[in-house]
Design a protein around this ligand. Structure first.
Ligand code: UDP
Length: 252
């Protein structure tokens, strides 16, 4: 049974990073290439889901959703169901990379600019010599090229397909192709390859610990301000909504 906190209609699991790895392993073993969906909803996802019913519905269909942002952690506390820890996207990614390094699970990296998933793979192989990354492809393919991308993934049949196309595109892409992708699990991954490739620097650990990583990212990528304007609105919503488990599209 999943231990879930629902925030404005979006379910998120109360798990540690280690447990997220164990659940993923279990899904890999049971999936039989049926593409179980794994998401990492943050406040932007949840707010976007309030205005896009399709996105709202697909976020509910994940087999695992990890708590990725400080806003989500605060919402858990407000419901008196605190999350065990925040699991940043890259931390979950590394957990799976470590499992691949130890147990040989095969991984495909889809997304990022041309050369980025390859550079991420190269850097990861220096740290984890046995990591089993069996394929990579950038995330700027045309609708015509998409068929070939899916054919390559299906020829390789990885255990884990990481998809980094940014939200909401990556979750929508996974859901749209769920029934044709022959992978055990597909996980939305945001900007993780950019960090792994050394393109963007992650916040120092102490900044991550005090929950200020969003500010660090804003300083490095000021264009994110447009996306981040939803954060105060999210906080107001969860503070003043009577039932914060319910989202806009839930029937009263
Ligand atoms: N991206 C992509 N294809 C697209 C749009 C975005 O591959 O059509 C990649 C982009 O290069 C970046 C990632 O998706 O590596 C999105 O990162 P972002 O920082 O937006 O994600 P976050 O971590 O904030 O969810």
């Amino acid at each position: 049974m999943r231990d879930i906190v629902t925030i404005l209609g979006v379910p998120i699991d109360r798990i540690t990073k280690k447990e997220a790895g164990e659940i993923t392993e279990k899904l890999i073993k049971e999936s039989n290439k049926t593409c179980k969906m794994i998401f990492a909803p943050n406040t932007e996802f949840i707010m976007y889901a309030q205005k896009d019913k399709q996105y709202y519905e697909l976020l509910k269909k994940s087999e695992l959703s990890t708590p990725d942002s400080i806003g989500v952690i605060i919402a858990g506390k407000l419901q008196h169901k605190p999350f065990k820890e925040r699991i940043p996207g890259q931390a979950y990614f590394r957990e799976i990379i470590e499992l691949s390094n130890e147990k040989g699970y095969s991984i495909y990296l889809l997304g990022g600019e041309e050369g980025i998933p390859e550079k991420a793979k190269e850097n990861l192989q220096k740290i984890y010599p046995n990591v089993n990354i069996i394929g990579t492809h950038h995330g700027y393919f045309t609708p015509e090229e998409e068929k070939d991308v899916i054919a390559e993934i299906n020829a390789l049949k990885p255990n884990v397909l990481f998809v980094a196309l940014g939200a909401p595109k990556q979750e929508k892409w996974i859901a749209e192709h769920q029934h044709e992708l022959q992978v055990d699990v597909a996980a939305g991954q945001g900007g993780t390859y950019d960090y792994e490739a050394g393109k963007i620097k992650r916040a120092p650990v102490w900044i991550q610990k005090i929950g200020m990583e969003w500010l660090w990212r804003l300083i490095l990528q000021p264009s994110r301000i447009i996306r981040m304007r939803v954060l105060p609105i999210f906080l107001l919503k969860i503070l003043f909504t009577k039932d914060i488990t319910k989202g806009k599209f839930d029937k009263e």
